[in-house]
Design a protein. Structure first.
Length: 464
Protein backbone atom coordinates (compact mmCIF):
# COMPACT_ATOMS: atom_id res chain seq x y z
CA UNK A 1 0.00 0.00 0.00
CA UNK A 2 1.20 3.53 -0.80
CA UNK A 3 0.99 5.71 2.31
CA UNK A 4 -0.58 9.13 1.94
CA UNK A 5 2.10 11.71 2.84
CA UNK A 6 -0.49 13.71 4.82
CA UNK A 7 -1.95 10.80 6.84
CA UNK A 8 0.47 9.76 9.61
CA UNK A 9 -2.30 8.61 11.98
CA UNK A 10 -4.18 6.42 9.48
CA UNK A 11 -2.74 2.93 9.20
CA UNK A 12 -5.01 1.30 6.63
CA UNK A 13 -5.78 2.03 2.99
CA UNK A 14 -8.69 4.41 2.53
CA UNK A 15 -11.85 3.08 0.98
CA UNK A 16 -12.20 3.72 -2.75
CA UNK A 17 -15.38 5.69 -2.11
CA UNK A 18 -13.71 7.84 0.54
CA UNK A 19 -10.90 8.60 -1.89
CA UNK A 20 -13.41 9.60 -4.55
CA UNK A 21 -15.42 11.75 -2.14
CA UNK A 22 -12.31 13.34 -0.64
CA UNK A 23 -10.50 14.04 -3.90
CA UNK A 24 -10.40 17.77 -4.72
CA UNK A 25 -7.54 17.51 -7.23
CA UNK A 26 -9.75 17.63 -10.35
CA UNK A 27 -10.82 21.19 -9.49
CA UNK A 28 -8.27 22.65 -7.06
CA UNK A 29 -5.48 22.02 -9.57
CA UNK A 30 -6.44 25.47 -10.86
CA UNK A 31 -4.55 26.80 -7.82
CA UNK A 32 -1.15 25.48 -8.93
CA UNK A 33 0.34 28.95 -9.56
CA UNK A 34 -0.85 30.27 -6.22
CA UNK A 35 0.36 27.15 -4.42
CA UNK A 36 3.85 27.46 -5.89
CA UNK A 37 3.89 31.23 -5.24
CA UNK A 38 2.94 30.67 -1.60
CA UNK A 39 5.49 27.88 -1.14
CA UNK A 40 8.30 30.01 -2.56
CA UNK A 41 7.47 32.84 -0.14
CA UNK A 42 7.17 30.41 2.77
CA UNK A 43 10.51 28.79 1.97
CA UNK A 44 12.20 32.19 1.69
CA UNK A 45 10.89 33.10 5.14
CA UNK A 46 11.97 29.75 6.65
CA UNK A 47 15.52 30.32 5.43
CA UNK A 48 15.58 33.94 6.63
CA UNK A 49 14.56 32.69 10.08
CA UNK A 50 17.24 29.94 9.96
CA UNK A 51 14.56 27.23 10.11
CA UNK A 52 15.87 25.65 6.90
CA UNK A 53 19.31 25.97 5.29
CA UNK A 54 20.34 28.06 2.29
CA UNK A 55 20.93 24.84 0.35
CA UNK A 56 17.40 23.66 1.15
CA UNK A 57 15.99 27.00 -0.01
CA UNK A 58 17.96 26.83 -3.23
CA UNK A 59 16.82 23.26 -3.93
CA UNK A 60 13.19 24.09 -3.10
CA UNK A 61 13.26 27.20 -5.30
CA UNK A 62 14.76 25.37 -8.26
CA UNK A 63 12.40 22.43 -7.81
CA UNK A 64 9.24 24.55 -7.54
CA UNK A 65 10.19 26.62 -10.59
CA UNK A 66 10.82 23.42 -12.55
CA UNK A 67 7.39 22.12 -11.51
CA UNK A 68 5.77 25.39 -12.63
CA UNK A 69 7.47 25.09 -16.01
CA UNK A 70 6.44 21.43 -16.30
CA UNK A 71 2.78 22.30 -15.63
CA UNK A 72 2.66 25.25 -18.00
CA UNK A 73 4.48 23.43 -20.79
CA UNK A 74 2.34 20.31 -20.38
CA UNK A 75 5.24 18.06 -19.37
CA UNK A 76 3.34 17.31 -16.19
CA UNK A 77 -0.34 17.17 -17.05
CA UNK A 78 -1.62 17.32 -13.47
CA UNK A 79 -3.16 13.87 -13.84
CA UNK A 80 -2.22 12.58 -10.42
CA UNK A 81 -3.66 10.30 -7.74
CA UNK A 82 -2.99 12.88 -5.01
CA UNK A 83 -6.03 14.06 -3.10
CA UNK A 84 -5.34 17.75 -3.81
CA UNK A 85 -3.00 20.12 -5.65
CA UNK A 86 -1.01 20.89 -2.47
CA UNK A 87 -0.02 17.27 -1.86
CA UNK A 88 0.55 16.72 -5.59
CA UNK A 89 3.10 19.55 -5.79
CA UNK A 90 4.76 18.60 -2.49
CA UNK A 91 5.02 14.99 -3.61
CA UNK A 92 6.46 16.02 -6.97
CA UNK A 93 8.95 18.33 -5.26
CA UNK A 94 10.10 15.65 -2.82
CA UNK A 95 10.59 13.18 -5.67
CA UNK A 96 12.85 15.76 -7.35
CA UNK A 97 14.93 17.11 -4.44
CA UNK A 98 14.53 14.60 -1.61
CA UNK A 99 14.52 15.65 2.05
CA UNK A 100 14.57 19.39 1.27
CA UNK A 101 11.11 18.96 -0.21
CA UNK A 102 9.92 17.36 3.02
CA UNK A 103 11.13 20.39 5.01
CA UNK A 104 8.99 22.83 3.02
CA UNK A 105 5.88 22.12 5.08
CA UNK A 106 7.60 23.14 8.32
CA UNK A 107 5.53 25.70 10.29
CA UNK A 108 2.49 25.46 8.09
CA UNK A 109 -0.63 23.30 7.71
CA UNK A 110 -2.78 22.54 4.75
CA UNK A 111 -5.37 24.69 6.55
CA UNK A 112 -3.39 27.91 6.16
CA UNK A 113 -1.92 26.73 2.85
CA UNK A 114 -5.38 26.23 1.33
CA UNK A 115 -6.56 29.54 2.80
CA UNK A 116 -3.57 31.29 1.24
CA UNK A 117 -3.84 29.71 -2.21
CA UNK A 118 -7.56 30.30 -2.45
CA UNK A 119 -7.29 33.88 -1.18
CA UNK A 120 -4.52 34.67 -3.68
CA UNK A 121 -6.68 33.26 -6.48
CA UNK A 122 -9.70 35.33 -5.45
CA UNK A 123 -7.60 38.48 -5.03
CA UNK A 124 -6.06 38.04 -8.49
CA UNK A 125 -9.50 37.69 -10.03
CA UNK A 126 -10.89 40.66 -8.12
CA UNK A 127 -8.32 42.66 -10.09
CA UNK A 128 -9.08 40.84 -13.35
CA UNK A 129 -12.81 41.48 -13.06
CA UNK A 130 -12.22 45.12 -12.16
CA UNK A 131 -10.19 45.53 -15.35
CA UNK A 132 -12.96 43.99 -17.46
CA UNK A 133 -15.53 46.19 -15.74
CA UNK A 134 -13.51 49.29 -16.57
CA UNK A 135 -13.44 48.21 -20.23
CA UNK A 136 -17.22 47.68 -20.23
CA UNK A 137 -17.90 51.03 -18.56
CA UNK A 138 -15.65 52.74 -21.11
CA UNK A 139 -17.57 51.06 -23.94
CA UNK A 140 -20.90 52.19 -22.49
CA UNK A 141 -19.61 55.75 -22.03
CA UNK A 142 -18.51 55.86 -25.67
CA UNK A 143 -21.95 54.66 -26.83
CA UNK A 144 -23.65 57.19 -24.56
CA UNK A 145 -21.44 60.01 -25.82
CA UNK A 146 -22.70 59.46 -29.36
CA UNK A 147 -26.37 59.58 -28.35
CA UNK A 148 -26.88 62.47 -25.93
CA UNK A 149 -29.52 63.91 -28.28
CA UNK A 150 -31.11 60.64 -29.44
CA UNK A 151 -34.66 60.60 -28.09
CA UNK A 152 -35.88 57.45 -26.38
CA UNK A 153 -39.10 56.76 -24.49
CA UNK A 154 -38.21 56.47 -20.82
CA UNK A 155 -40.38 53.84 -19.17
CA UNK A 156 -41.84 52.86 -15.84
CA UNK A 157 -43.76 49.56 -15.52
CA UNK A 158 -42.51 48.95 -19.11
CA UNK A 159 -44.97 51.68 -20.20
CA UNK A 160 -43.97 54.87 -21.96
CA UNK A 161 -43.45 57.56 -19.33
CA UNK A 162 -41.24 60.54 -20.26
CA UNK A 163 -38.83 61.38 -23.09
CA UNK A 164 -35.16 60.85 -22.28
CA UNK A 165 -32.05 60.54 -24.41
CA UNK A 166 -30.40 57.21 -25.14
CA UNK A 167 -27.07 58.38 -23.73
CA UNK A 168 -28.78 59.10 -20.41
CA UNK A 169 -30.28 55.60 -20.41
CA UNK A 170 -26.89 54.00 -21.06
CA UNK A 171 -25.25 56.08 -18.35
CA UNK A 172 -27.63 54.47 -15.86
CA UNK A 173 -25.87 51.17 -16.61
CA UNK A 174 -22.45 52.83 -16.48
CA UNK A 175 -23.29 53.88 -12.91
CA UNK A 176 -24.44 50.37 -11.99
CA UNK A 177 -21.18 48.87 -13.24
CA UNK A 178 -19.20 51.64 -11.51
CA UNK A 179 -20.69 50.52 -8.19
CA UNK A 180 -19.79 46.92 -9.10
CA UNK A 181 -16.19 47.95 -9.77
CA UNK A 182 -16.02 49.75 -6.43
CA UNK A 183 -17.37 46.65 -4.66
CA UNK A 184 -14.59 44.47 -6.10
CA UNK A 185 -12.01 47.12 -5.13
CA UNK A 186 -13.40 47.31 -1.60
CA UNK A 187 -13.36 43.52 -1.26
CA UNK A 188 -9.77 43.41 -2.48
CA UNK A 189 -8.63 45.89 0.17
CA UNK A 190 -10.64 44.32 2.98
CA UNK A 191 -9.30 40.83 2.27
CA UNK A 192 -5.70 41.65 1.37
CA UNK A 193 -4.21 40.00 4.47
CA UNK A 194 -1.98 36.95 4.57
CA UNK A 195 -3.19 33.68 6.15
CA UNK A 196 0.12 31.82 5.90
CA UNK A 197 1.78 31.09 9.24
CA UNK A 198 -1.48 30.37 11.04
CA UNK A 199 -0.81 26.64 10.66
CA UNK A 200 -3.71 24.39 11.64
CA UNK A 201 -5.59 26.91 13.81
CA UNK A 202 -3.40 28.24 16.64
CA UNK A 203 -0.15 29.40 15.08
CA UNK A 204 3.18 27.63 15.39
CA UNK A 205 6.04 27.40 17.93
CA UNK A 206 8.57 27.98 15.15
CA UNK A 207 10.15 31.44 15.04
CA UNK A 208 8.44 32.48 11.80
CA UNK A 209 8.09 35.97 10.33
CA UNK A 210 4.55 36.43 9.02
CA UNK A 211 5.26 40.03 8.08
CA UNK A 212 7.93 38.84 5.65
CA UNK A 213 5.67 36.32 3.89
CA UNK A 214 2.86 38.89 3.72
CA UNK A 215 5.24 41.35 2.07
CA UNK A 216 6.59 38.75 -0.37
CA UNK A 217 3.05 37.83 -1.44
CA UNK A 218 1.78 41.40 -1.87
CA UNK A 219 -0.53 41.49 1.14
CA UNK A 220 -0.99 44.55 3.35
CA UNK A 221 -0.15 42.57 6.51
CA UNK A 222 -0.74 39.18 8.16
CA UNK A 223 -4.19 38.36 9.49
CA UNK A 224 -4.82 39.07 13.19
CA UNK A 225 -6.27 35.84 14.58
CA UNK A 226 -5.19 32.39 13.41
CA UNK A 227 -8.39 30.63 14.48
CA UNK A 228 -10.51 33.06 12.48
CA UNK A 229 -8.12 32.93 9.52
CA UNK A 230 -8.28 29.21 8.80
CA UNK A 231 -12.06 29.32 9.30
CA UNK A 232 -12.65 32.37 7.11
CA UNK A 233 -14.19 32.19 3.66
CA UNK A 234 -15.69 35.69 3.67
CA UNK A 235 -13.38 36.64 0.81
CA UNK A 236 -14.93 33.87 -1.30
CA UNK A 237 -18.46 34.82 -0.28
CA UNK A 238 -17.75 38.45 -1.13
CA UNK A 239 -16.57 37.72 -4.64
CA UNK A 240 -19.61 35.48 -5.15
CA UNK A 241 -21.93 38.24 -3.91
CA UNK A 242 -20.16 40.84 -6.02
CA UNK A 243 -20.44 38.62 -9.09
CA UNK A 244 -24.13 37.94 -8.41
CA UNK A 245 -24.82 41.67 -8.18
CA UNK A 246 -22.75 42.32 -11.30
CA UNK A 247 -24.58 39.59 -13.22
CA UNK A 248 -27.94 40.94 -12.03
CA UNK A 249 -26.98 44.26 -13.62
CA UNK A 250 -25.84 42.43 -16.75
CA UNK A 251 -29.14 40.58 -16.81
CA UNK A 252 -31.14 43.82 -16.65
CA UNK A 253 -29.16 45.30 -19.55
CA UNK A 254 -29.50 42.02 -21.44
CA UNK A 255 -33.27 42.03 -20.94
CA UNK A 256 -33.54 45.52 -22.40
CA UNK A 257 -31.36 44.60 -25.38
CA UNK A 258 -33.55 41.55 -26.01
CA UNK A 259 -36.63 43.78 -25.99
CA UNK A 260 -35.00 46.52 -28.06
CA UNK A 261 -33.94 44.19 -30.87
CA UNK A 262 -37.40 42.57 -31.13
CA UNK A 263 -39.69 43.40 -34.05
CA UNK A 264 -41.98 45.27 -31.68
CA UNK A 265 -39.22 47.74 -30.72
CA UNK A 266 -36.43 47.58 -33.33
CA UNK A 267 -34.47 50.16 -31.32
CA UNK A 268 -31.17 48.29 -31.84
CA UNK A 269 -29.73 45.71 -34.22
CA UNK A 270 -27.14 43.21 -33.04
CA UNK A 271 -24.31 42.37 -35.41
CA UNK A 272 -24.53 39.03 -37.19
CA UNK A 273 -21.48 37.73 -35.34
CA UNK A 274 -23.30 38.29 -32.05
CA UNK A 275 -26.54 36.63 -33.18
CA UNK A 276 -27.64 33.13 -34.12
CA UNK A 277 -30.18 31.67 -36.51
CA UNK A 278 -32.91 29.09 -36.21
CA UNK A 279 -32.56 25.45 -37.25
CA UNK A 280 -35.96 25.57 -38.95
CA UNK A 281 -36.91 29.23 -39.55
CA UNK A 282 -34.49 30.81 -42.03
CA UNK A 283 -35.67 34.37 -41.29
CA UNK A 284 -34.73 34.28 -37.59
CA UNK A 285 -31.96 36.31 -35.97
CA UNK A 286 -31.84 35.46 -32.29
CA UNK A 287 -30.20 37.50 -29.49
CA UNK A 288 -28.52 34.48 -27.90
CA UNK A 289 -25.74 36.44 -26.18
CA UNK A 290 -28.00 38.59 -23.98
CA UNK A 291 -30.28 35.60 -23.41
CA UNK A 292 -27.34 33.51 -22.18
CA UNK A 293 -26.07 36.35 -19.98
CA UNK A 294 -29.52 36.69 -18.48
CA UNK A 295 -29.65 32.95 -17.84
CA UNK A 296 -26.18 32.72 -16.29
CA UNK A 297 -27.33 35.07 -13.53
CA UNK A 298 -29.27 32.18 -12.01
CA UNK A 299 -26.15 30.04 -12.12
CA UNK A 300 -23.97 32.49 -10.16
CA UNK A 301 -26.77 33.16 -7.67
CA UNK A 302 -26.86 29.43 -7.00
CA UNK A 303 -23.11 29.38 -6.34
CA UNK A 304 -23.50 32.16 -3.77
CA UNK A 305 -26.37 30.43 -1.96
CA UNK A 306 -24.45 27.15 -2.07
CA UNK A 307 -21.42 28.50 -0.20
CA UNK A 308 -23.53 30.50 2.25
CA UNK A 309 -25.31 27.26 3.09
CA UNK A 310 -22.05 25.33 3.50
CA UNK A 311 -20.64 27.93 5.90
CA UNK A 312 -23.73 28.73 7.95
CA UNK A 313 -23.35 26.07 10.68
CA UNK A 314 -19.64 25.30 10.78
CA UNK A 315 -17.85 25.41 14.13
CA UNK A 316 -14.34 26.82 14.24
CA UNK A 317 -11.82 26.05 12.79
CA UNK A 318 -11.33 24.16 9.51
CA UNK A 319 -13.90 21.51 8.59
CA UNK A 320 -13.82 19.30 5.50
CA UNK A 321 -17.14 20.85 4.43
CA UNK A 322 -15.01 23.82 3.36
CA UNK A 323 -13.61 21.79 0.49
CA UNK A 324 -16.93 22.70 -1.16
CA UNK A 325 -15.84 26.36 -1.26
CA UNK A 326 -13.96 26.35 -4.56
CA UNK A 327 -15.94 24.92 -7.48
CA UNK A 328 -18.70 27.52 -7.27
CA UNK A 329 -16.17 30.34 -7.00
CA UNK A 330 -14.16 29.03 -9.97
CA UNK A 331 -17.37 28.72 -11.99
CA UNK A 332 -18.70 32.18 -11.08
CA UNK A 333 -15.37 33.87 -11.83
CA UNK A 334 -15.12 32.19 -15.22
CA UNK A 335 -18.74 33.11 -15.99
CA UNK A 336 -18.29 36.75 -14.94
CA UNK A 337 -15.08 37.28 -16.89
CA UNK A 338 -16.47 35.77 -20.08
CA UNK A 339 -19.77 37.66 -19.69
CA UNK A 340 -18.04 41.02 -19.25
CA UNK A 341 -15.84 40.49 -22.30
CA UNK A 342 -18.70 39.41 -24.57
CA UNK A 343 -21.04 42.19 -23.39
CA UNK A 344 -18.43 44.84 -24.15
CA UNK A 345 -17.74 43.37 -27.59
CA UNK A 346 -21.45 43.12 -28.42
CA UNK A 347 -22.18 46.72 -27.41
CA UNK A 348 -19.31 48.02 -29.53
CA UNK A 349 -20.89 46.55 -32.66
CA UNK A 350 -24.57 47.06 -31.81
CA UNK A 351 -26.35 49.45 -34.21
CA UNK A 352 -28.62 52.10 -32.66
CA UNK A 353 -31.77 52.78 -34.69
CA UNK A 354 -32.34 56.39 -33.65
CA UNK A 355 -35.35 56.92 -35.93
CA UNK A 356 -37.21 54.01 -34.35
CA UNK A 357 -36.55 55.38 -30.88
CA UNK A 358 -37.71 58.85 -31.86
CA UNK A 359 -40.88 57.53 -33.50
CA UNK A 360 -41.64 55.55 -30.34
CA UNK A 361 -41.60 58.80 -28.39
CA UNK A 362 -44.79 59.77 -30.25
CA UNK A 363 -46.65 56.96 -28.47
CA UNK A 364 -47.84 57.32 -24.90
CA UNK A 365 -48.10 61.11 -24.49
CA UNK A 366 -44.64 61.40 -22.96
CA UNK A 367 -44.80 65.17 -22.40
CA UNK A 368 -48.02 65.09 -20.37
CA UNK A 369 -46.18 65.81 -17.11
CA UNK A 370 -44.64 68.89 -18.71
CA UNK A 371 -48.10 70.27 -19.39
CA UNK A 372 -49.08 69.68 -15.76
CA UNK A 373 -45.95 71.50 -14.57
CA UNK A 374 -46.75 74.35 -16.97
CA UNK A 375 -50.26 74.70 -15.52
CA UNK A 376 -48.78 74.86 -12.01
CA UNK A 377 -46.01 77.35 -12.80
CA UNK A 378 -47.69 79.54 -15.44
CA UNK A 379 -51.33 79.59 -14.36
CA UNK A 380 -51.01 78.74 -10.67
CA UNK A 381 -53.28 75.72 -10.69
CA UNK A 382 -52.63 73.31 -7.75
CA UNK A 383 -50.70 70.28 -9.01
CA UNK A 384 -53.44 67.76 -8.25
CA UNK A 385 -55.97 69.85 -10.23
CA UNK A 386 -53.44 70.27 -13.04
CA UNK A 387 -52.91 66.51 -13.01
CA UNK A 388 -56.63 65.87 -13.64
CA UNK A 389 -56.80 68.63 -16.29
CA UNK A 390 -53.98 67.01 -18.24
CA UNK A 391 -55.74 63.67 -17.87
CA UNK A 392 -58.67 65.22 -19.77
CA UNK A 393 -56.26 66.53 -22.42
CA UNK A 394 -54.78 63.04 -22.84
CA UNK A 395 -58.27 61.54 -23.21
CA UNK A 396 -59.05 64.04 -25.96
CA UNK A 397 -55.80 63.17 -27.79
CA UNK A 398 -56.63 59.48 -27.47
CA UNK A 399 -60.11 60.06 -28.90
CA UNK A 400 -58.73 61.78 -32.00
CA UNK A 401 -55.88 59.27 -32.37
CA UNK A 402 -52.88 61.57 -31.97
CA UNK A 403 -50.13 62.19 -29.42
CA UNK A 404 -50.60 65.01 -26.92
CA UNK A 405 -47.68 66.84 -28.53
CA UNK A 406 -49.67 67.05 -31.80
CA UNK A 407 -52.71 68.86 -30.33
CA UNK A 408 -53.45 72.39 -31.53
CA UNK A 409 -53.76 75.38 -29.24
CA UNK A 410 -57.49 75.45 -29.85
CA UNK A 411 -57.84 71.84 -28.80
CA UNK A 412 -55.85 72.50 -25.62
CA UNK A 413 -57.90 75.60 -24.81
CA UNK A 414 -61.13 73.64 -25.16
CA UNK A 415 -60.03 71.87 -21.96
CA UNK A 416 -58.34 74.81 -20.21
CA UNK A 417 -58.89 78.27 -21.78
CA UNK A 418 -55.90 79.86 -20.00
CA UNK A 419 -53.39 77.71 -21.92
CA UNK A 420 -51.31 79.80 -24.36
CA UNK A 421 -48.78 79.20 -27.15
CA UNK A 422 -46.00 78.43 -24.66
CA UNK A 423 -47.69 75.09 -24.02
CA UNK A 424 -47.19 74.05 -27.64
CA UNK A 425 -43.43 74.43 -27.26
CA UNK A 426 -43.43 72.68 -23.89
CA UNK A 427 -45.24 69.64 -25.29
CA UNK A 428 -42.49 68.98 -27.85
CA UNK A 429 -40.70 65.78 -26.79
CA UNK A 430 -37.21 67.15 -27.32
CA UNK A 431 -38.06 70.24 -25.30
CA UNK A 432 -39.49 67.97 -22.61
CA UNK A 433 -36.27 65.95 -22.48
CA UNK A 434 -34.09 69.05 -22.32
CA UNK A 435 -36.27 70.68 -19.68
CA UNK A 436 -35.07 68.15 -17.09
CA UNK A 437 -31.95 70.05 -16.11
CA UNK A 438 -31.82 69.11 -12.43
CA UNK A 439 -28.59 67.41 -11.37
CA UNK A 440 -28.59 63.83 -12.63
CA UNK A 441 -31.42 64.58 -15.07
CA UNK A 442 -31.83 63.56 -18.70
CA UNK A 443 -31.29 66.95 -20.38
CA UNK A 444 -28.52 66.69 -22.95
CA UNK A 445 -26.33 69.16 -21.02
CA UNK A 446 -26.73 67.04 -17.87
CA UNK A 447 -26.03 63.80 -19.72
CA UNK A 448 -22.83 65.32 -21.12
CA UNK A 449 -21.83 66.27 -17.56
CA UNK A 450 -22.46 62.70 -16.37
CA UNK A 451 -20.29 61.36 -19.18
CA UNK A 452 -17.50 63.79 -18.31
CA UNK A 453 -17.66 62.82 -14.63
CA UNK A 454 -17.53 59.13 -15.51
CA UNK A 455 -14.54 59.68 -17.79
CA UNK A 456 -12.69 61.37 -14.90
CA UNK A 457 -13.53 58.45 -12.64
CA UNK A 458 -12.32 55.98 -15.28
CA UNK A 459 -9.03 57.84 -15.62
CA UNK A 460 -8.56 57.78 -11.84
CA UNK A 461 -9.35 54.07 -11.50
CA UNK A 462 -7.34 53.06 -14.55
CA UNK A 463 -4.29 54.92 -13.22
CA UNK A 464 -4.48 52.90 -10.00
Amino acid sequence: MTKNIASARISSESSRLLKELNNSFPFDKLLYKEDIQGSLAHATMLEAQEIISKDDLENITVGLNEILEEIESGKWSLKDDSEDIHMAIEGRLTSKIGDAGKRLHTARSRNDQVALDFRLYVQNHNIEIMGLLLELINTIVNVANEHTETLLPGMTHLQHAQPINFGFHMMAYANMFKRDCERFASSYERNNYSPIGCAALAGTPHNIDRELTAQKLGFNAPTQNCLDTVSDRDFALEILFNISTLMMHMSRLSEEIILWCSSEFRFVTLSDKHSTGSSIMPQKKNPDIPELLRGKTGRVNGNLIGLLTVMKGLPLAYNKDMQEDKEGVFDSIKTAELSLAVMSEMLLEMRINSDKMQNACMVGHLSATDLADYLVKKIGIPFRDAYHTVGNVVNMAENVGIDISELTLEQLQSIEPRIDNEAIDILDNRASMNARTSQGGTATIRTIEQIADMKKWLELYTSH
